[in-house]
Design a protein around this ligand. Sequence first.
Ligand SMILES: Cc1ncc(COP(=O)(O)O)c(C=O)c1O
Length: 387
Amino acid sequence: MKPNLRPARPEFSSGPCAKRPGWTPEALKDAAVGRSHRSRLGKKKIVEAVDRTRALLGIPADYRIAIVPASDTGAVEMALWSLLGARPVDMLAWESFGEGWVSDVAKQLKLKDARVMKADYGRIVDLGAVDWTHDVVFTWNGTTSGVMVPDGAWIADDREGLAICDATSAVFAMDLPWPKLDVITWSWQKVMGGEGAHGMLVLGPRAIWRLESYSPPWPLPKIFRMTGSAGKFSEAIFKGDTINTPSLLCVEDAIDGLKWGESVGGLKGLMARSQANLAVLEKFVAERNWISFLAADRKVRSNTSVCLNIVAPWFHGLPADKQAAAARKMADLLESEKAGYDVGSYRDAPPGLRIWCGATVEKADLEALMPWLDWAYGEIERDYGKA
Ligand SMILES: Cc1ncc(COP(=O)(O)O)c(C=O)c1O
């Protein structure tokens, strides 16, 4: 039987994620559209986005924050291209995005001194084996496997290398230990439900010192460059003078998201919303034997990009292509019923479901989605279970 109730907002994509509750285009009415981003008004908006970000997240005063081109990828690439090569690097990966950074370092930068530490989907690498005399590149939350680092205890306070952290689906939903991180990046379309376009790049003092004391041997395109004449750190980029033109419409939307974050209790409130969302899924999974979390270990289970496996014996008996087709069918059924959009697992991940539980998702909408999961599962069991 199809459930009667549908989620009021069936958006459960892991990026771009649901807009904040109550969002309408009216939220953008004060955007500085048609104005120069270098005008007093344009720059004021950029600085406001940066300042509200610092306040909401509690980013230390000596950390610099910039809006940069090309979303989270742009921010990560700026850091990798500008900072790496000074010492050996440990590259940590347990899903597709982490693997993307590994491939950049190995195949594009061709760093000889790169040690790759990988884990399969659903698991995490041995964080205790990281060498902190090396630079270390990792994702805080692996969006495609739903596996996150449990905390920052494994990051040495007296590290010699830099801790370079892609935090795009973690920040605003997880507690980041800023002093343990030297480079932190994210994009707007994740936990805060902003618009995709720009990246946020946060640099700690040790990263700035590296920029000023080391020049990589490869050429750097203009949009990656964070130093100016005589190798001096380009402070202005971190004071609202963006490298190139940002969308002031997207900036306005980011400000709107930050104001909403403040209104729901700031970082603590945002994290609590995400945890409450995860709890809905945990209850659902605990009460059923056909579904489980891809991240079996609770300590590393993401509270944003929650990845689920179908574990029924009939499903496991299917060949890999049929498993993928059955899981995809479930996601398609949910979409066509307008019960849940974009809940299929990522293309490189094991077949299953991925349901975003970040702060902009309402708990009531997840609760309304759960009966639809039972229904869609019943449909695929009927179609594929007897094959
Ligand atoms: C962990 C992680 N890194 C990088 C990216 C790429 O982000 P963007 O599309 O903002 O460049 C994503 C996108 O989902 C992600 O989840």
